[in-house]
Design a protein around this ligand. Structure first.
Ligand code: AMP
Length: 191
């Protein structure tokens, strides 16, 4: 399965990506995690990305796309992957299609985890206290939600138009949401 996971920050994408990766035996590829590893390793990419991340803004497409291209070319992603946090805007979505076409592949689905706005805000503020990420302060959370609304949310329509969208209610327990996703994906692929 080659799929992207969509949904606002705080929807539980990271948690679900790890569980789905396990279930399907494919790597979960989180662009946020790769950026954070680069920040921690003080690489050139990390140094550039950090200022955008700390402001809650998107890292420029050129850098992000190149990073994803390298990652998708690795062996473990050859037969499937789950992208978490990419694409984040329509230009990235178009580039992803081109990258996959170059690899002789195509997306099978775009799984969107839907949650309500108040729930997402609570989850993010709660995570700020437990994980202490640099980009989890209240003004940055607001910025990230705004970037999601203006740049990323339009991808729902983009993938719906291509018949790839699978929407799943992300409210409820972690196990419950994983089960919903697995059954929605099965239903989508058999329809
Ligand atoms: P995340 O862990 O997915 O919330 O990502 C954390 C931060 O990394 C985001 O707020 C962005 O600054 C950056 N980032 C992650 N994925 C992307 C992407 N696809 N495009 C641009 N920036 C990204």
């Amino acid at each position: 399965m080659r799929a992207v996971l969509l949904g606002p920050p705080g929807a539980g994408k990271g948690t679900q990506a790890a569980r789905l990766a396990d279930h399907y035996g494919i790597p979960a590829i989180s662009t946020g995690d790769i950026f954070r590893a680069n920040v921690a390793g003080e690489t050139e990419l990390g140094l550039t990305a950090k200022s955008y991340m700390d402001a809650g803004e998107l890292v420029p497409d050129e850098l992000t796309n190149a990073m994803v291209k390298d990652r998708l070319a690795q062996d473990d992603a050859r037969d499937g992957f789950l992208l978490d946090g990419y694409p984040r805007n329509s230009d990235q979505a178009v580039v992803l299609d081109l990258m996959l076409a170059d690899l002789g592949a195509a997306l099978d689905g775009a799984i969107e985890i839907t949650v309500d706005f108040d729930e997402v805000t609570d989850r993010l503020l709660g995570r700020a206290q437990t994980e202490g990420r640099d980009d989890d302060t209240e003004p940055v959370i607001r910025k990230r939600l705004e970037v999601y609304r203006t740049s990323t949310a339009p991808l729902t329509a983009f993938y719906e138009g291509r018949g790839l969208l699978v929407q799943v209610d992300g409210m409820g327990g972690v196990d419950e949401v994983t089960e919903r996703i697995v059954s929605a994906v099965e239903h989508h692929s058999s329809s």
